[in-house]
Design a protein around this ligand. Sequence first.
Ligand code: F6R
Length: 613
Amino acid sequence: MCGIVGYIGKQKASPILINGLMRLEYRGYDSAGISTIEPEGLVVMKDKGRVKNLYDLDGINDLKGTIGIAHTRWATHGKPSKENAHPHQDNSKLFSVVHNGIIENYNELRKFLTDKGYKFYSDTDTEVVPNLIHYYFSKDDEKDIKMRLLKAIKATCADLKGSFALEIICKDLPDNMIVVRKDSPLVIGKGDGENYISSDIPAILSFTRNFYLLNDLEYVFLSRDSAEFYDKDLNKIDKQIQSIEWDASSSEKNGYEDFMLKEIYEQPTAIRETIGAKFNENSKCEFDELNFSKEYLSSVNKIYIVACGTAMHAGLAGKNVFEKLCRIPTEVDVASEFRYRDPLIDDKTLCIFVSQSGETADTIAALKLSKERGAKTISISNVIGSSITREADYSMYTHAGPEIAVASTKAHTSQIVLLIMIAIYFAEVLGKDSKELLELKKELLELPKQIEQCLTLADTVKEFAHKIYQEKDVFFIGRGVDEVVAKEASLKLKEISYIHSESYPAGELKHGAIALIEKGITVVGIMTDPTLVEKTVSNLQEVITRGAKTLIVTNQKIDKSMFDVVVEVPETNPFLSPVLSVIPLQLLAYYISKEKGLDVDKPRNLAKSVTVE
Ligand code: F6R
């Protein structure tokens, strides 16, 4: 999705802006552009295609401005083209604006402005913004130009329906920039005599680790060495700086060929950090963020875990644990469905929202709906200060470090671990069987080492990837919690290798999909639940009889002779096995994508953070 970078300081802005945009490339985009304040006025340089193409634009090296805004666009309104790329300007070129999000009522605003004589040169929703600012700015007689601009931006924001993060520079205020956000991320990084702005923390981590996090409709008036904050009515407010623990090298490849591979290998650390000091074998699980009483938890009639994609799969792995340990009915919902299906929620419902980025539009909307209906809400996110964390009653963090590859790996396994830890905490508060909980905690602490063992399977998986990378269809099957892993493995494979894949509960295959099994088709079986392993073996026999090739992921003693390849993962508590058995299948998707010569980190049509509905 679109990305924003901004700079206001003493250095030449354009290289900083382009470098920042390059760090946002992982989000997915189709065009890029920058605008800087030059002695002769505002200059805009933009083009379709890669960020590096900006370096080829005539005059880009002559830019001297020390204030500028920049954008990578992921087309929503209007095709990818130079005209539709940001920044956009008003007709008199007084303002340059970049925008993330969607202006839902742009047609109406465009008509309003057209009737007033404004002309439009792009198909975007964004172009109404600089023109509206110009409209309000030019009809105000306020003498103080700074207040006049703030008032014009405020009036513009009041007219906009939808979501936006905006950076605005003005020819008449050559030493300033104004930014504002609503339902779309934007942070300000504080440097020494300079400020950095971005939609994503990793883009500016190499410059600073001190950030101001903005709430909806807070306006920031930036100078080189200051940031003034205003609330929605333009009253001045104070804001605290927050330090982010991530360091700059955590968003570099550090010798790995791709971010995805690096992030797969970072999973032992991500899990260690997520567990942190929240418990040890003998102590109860404690969270500074949660203070639930036995009385409250006993009154909870239902838990909903709501998320999208891979984060939703983490929820499915957590569902079992809440039901079995806490005996609370738990449902998992896709956020985009949940918000429209009139879910049964009341003040006895507890809703948990899982999102790596914390910015997924559907998940945020589902959270808002749950709050409106009286539920208590918990967010699980990997990004400090992300939107979801500010909406939820309780915000919890996975400590996976920045996840750059579009395909989620370390965030996913960290989410499962955090959900399980929350379930343990609930069970302890509820006074459930402490022996079972002690055992589970002991095994949780073993996970990082066991993940390291799973990573040693890479060569075997790579060999299998080489055998099947040209295939058209792959099936993943499993039962119980293994079916959750089948779902996640199938999603991972299709998103980065473009191979069609499906996942099925192993016993369900023969109710239809087995018709697709023929000689040479690959079926991946996941078998870690000792009570179900024999049943899944029978289902695998059915596909082998029909000519399928098989890859098995298991931690059980099975007769390996009937399968093509068997990879063995360490044995653990069945609640935890999805964290281990998914690792070889993340590697399978990765190596198949590499064999096909694809861009692993930036798969086509996908964005890292889906900030629109
Ligand atoms: C797939 C993947 C997506 C995300 C989904 C939700 O590998 O990463 O399915 O899990 O878009 O994103 P977040 O977790 O940021 O809400």
